[in-house]
Ligand binder design. Sequence first.
Ligand code: SF4
Length: 76
Amino acid sequence: MKVRIDKSGCVGNARCAAVADALFPLDDDGYIAIEAFDVPAGQEKAAKNGARSCPERIIFVEEDDGTISWPPTKRA
Ligand code: SF4
């Protein structure tokens, strides 16, 4: 599983770090500091919870088969 983050959309409210600070490091101004990472084994749930916590929905969870499991795709 991988996580990708659209840093440009971060508003710096630190919700992701509050859920999983080891996975979602912030910079000195409180914005997300990274753009992507491979989720360590056993951290999948924490990564997903962190992604769900982001109100901007800029944290994307990519499953091992390449599908994006978060955020949900918008329906027409
Ligand atoms: S929850 Fe989203 S908007 Fe808030 S700091 Fe994390 S990535 Fe940025």
